[in-house]
Ligand binder design. Structure first.
Ligand SMILES: Nc1nc2c(ncn2[C@@H]2O[C@H](COP(=O)(O)OP(=O)(O)OP(=O)(O)O)[C@@H](O)[C@H]2O)c(=O)[nH]1
Ligand SMILES: [Mg+2]
Ligand SMILES: [Zn+2]
Length: 354
């Protein structure tokens, strides 16, 4: 077995703990360590620390991942080898040490990125600004081991709104959360974000279309690598310029993953109340142990949490319940609805005078 070349793999985000995991895996598995930079239908973009190239997953790997409702994601570490035609094949994936995922419309987890240290939650200070959406992103990150950092863009376009909007977030969101306001076009963003850009770190950019994720990527890269798009006049929405997730190597030695803007976001987290530590803590002081914070007497949550934040908490809680229902519970609920439908029909039929 070859020694792991740490210096070579560092620029593609190798951490010490992942180096250990790869070394361990290679005691039994063959192949060179590669990092996934892009995932396409048929092919996978990878980087070996020196160059990027295209590979394919062997069918056995695709099948075994699919059996676990998983698939290769940008940021994954994999082992691969070239065949005699010099075509590269990925044989195995090293278990990710962190993952950010949402639920798709069928309720299945869809991974944004693997092995990430920091999630930059990018939001424009213009019409994109929405504390409720930001709370959804925070719920998605919570419990994943990834540090969320709020990056507010377009300070140059919204000079007057900056202090008040930052204040809105500071009073509403949990204390200790990092909030940075930047002009994504200005090279100074590298200084603003320096604490998260150290060599070996991996960041992912999340946010709605038009927020400035690709603009930030380009400014941090110091080159126009990613296409950026305008925003629609009127509603200020983006045009979904970026269509695939991609990992880029920054001059600072960190890696950044640019992602397409998301329209709807259902966090795929197992943690109930994720992103709402304040609510969970305050709830211990409610008079009733099973207080739902809907207006029960002696509710400590309603007293302290902003009404709109609490409404968002309830909404996410309902979605979480629906998403984490077991198949059995789902069936029971369906039977209950059917029974209700039957009795309603029977009632309509038997109603006197009909
Ligand atoms: N003036 C100014 N313009 C910005 C800033 N951030 C983004 N923009 C502009 O906003 C538009 C959208 O930026 P993009 O970087 O393409 O947005 P995105 O988040 O990548 O959007 P999608 O790829 O569609 O998800 C572009 O015209 C950018 O130039 C900023 O801080 N200041
Ligand atoms: Mg983009
Ligand atoms: Zn309560």
């Amino acid at each position: 077995m070859q020694e792991l070349d740490f210096d070579r793999l560092r620029p593609i985000g190798l951490s010490l703990s992942m180096a250990r995991a790869i070394t361990l895996a290679r005691e039994e598995l063959a192949g060179a360590p590669l990092r996934v930079t892009e995932v396409h239908r048929e092919t996978i973009g990878v980087h070996d620390g020196v160059a990027s190239f295209t590979a394919r997953a062997i069918p056995r790997l695709s099948r075994s991942l699919a059996e676990d409702s998983a698939s290769l994601a940008v940021g994954d570490w994999v082992l691969g080898e070239p065949d005699r035609h010099r075509d590269w094949w990925i044989h195995s994936r090293i278990a990710p040490q962190s993952q950010l995922a949402r639920r798709d419309m069928h309720g299945l987890p869809q991974v944004f990125a693997s092995n990430v240290d920091t999630a930059l939650l990018v939001m424009g200070l213009d019409t994109d600004f929405s504390p409720r959406r930001l709370e959804r992103f925070l719920a998605l990150v919570q419990g994943s081991g990834v540090e969320p950092v709020v990056v507010l863009t377009k300070t140059d376009l919204c000079v007057q709104d900056v202090p008040q909007r930052v204040e809105t977030l500071l009073t509403r969101l949990p204390v200790g959360l990092s909030i940075v306001a930047v002009n994504a076009l200005d090279a100074a963003v590298a200084t603003n974000l320096a604490p998260w850009l150290a060599a070996g770190q991996t960041l992912v950019l999340l946010g709605s279309s038009g927020a400035g994720k690709s603009t930030l990527t380009n400014t941090l890269l110091g080159a126009a690598v990613q296409d950026t798009g305008g925003v629609r006049q009127g509603d200020g929405r983006g045009r979904h310029t970026t269509t695939v997730r991609s990992l880029h190597l920054l001059p600072s030695g960190a890696c950044v993953i640019d992602t397409p803007g998301v329209r709807t976001l259902r966090p795929a987290t197992d943690v109930a109340g994720a992103g709402f530590d304040d609510v969970m803590t305050l709830a211990r002081a409610c008079r009733f142990r099973d207080c739902g914070h809907h207006g029960e007497p002696g509710c400590a949550v309603r007293e302290a949490v902003q009404p709109d934040r609490l409404a968002n908490f309830h909404k996410l809680e309902r979605e979480h319940k629906r998403d984490t229902m077991t198949a059995l519970e789902r069936r029971e609920q369906l039977n209950l609805w059917k029974a209700r439908g039957r009795s309603a029909r029977a009632w309509a039929r038997d109603k006197p005078g009909v």
